[in-house]
Design a protein around this ligand. Sequence first.
Ligand SMILES: [Zn+2]
Ligand SMILES: [Zn+2]
Length: 174
Amino acid sequence: MSVSSGPLVFDTQALGRRPGTEKTYTRTIEAPTGLGLDVFGVPEGSPIELELRLEAVMDGVLATGTASAHAVGECVRCLDDVEEDLDVDFQELYLYDDPGEDELALEGDLLDLEPVLTDAVVLALPHNPLCDPECPGLCPECGARLADDPDHTHGEAIDPRWATLTRLTEQTEE
Ligand SMILES: [Zn+2]
Ligand SMILES: [Zn+2]
């Protein structure tokens, strides 16, 4: 891993490794790639409001902050869009040297916040996003979204193999 610059890289040189010295930042940054899960995440380039306090402690620099972002995804039942405002808190110690497993270290004076932000956002995201907790999902026969059309029926049962084919065709046409 190597960092040089970027909106999530902070130079801690001004803290001078003096315990108790701190610096705060308020920034709006563009979301990096991969912020979230496949089904739900923060779109790359969308704004993230970041509040960060960097504080020198004995062994390193403690990064404490909050990030506010807008996540989008799909309902796992009906595939409708789901959006959610996220406010995540994080706190992580960046060691001056010799990080162990699952520990982070500064690179020189540079602190790369991206892995911490990514973990915090992923933890905050619902793993099974739903447009509504009661979402009835899709009609198993025709793929219609049942929340839009809860009472629709099919005169004759369609052979399930054809229903699958119909769904595939509809997806292709979108
Ligand atoms: Zn839904
Ligand atoms: Zn149907």
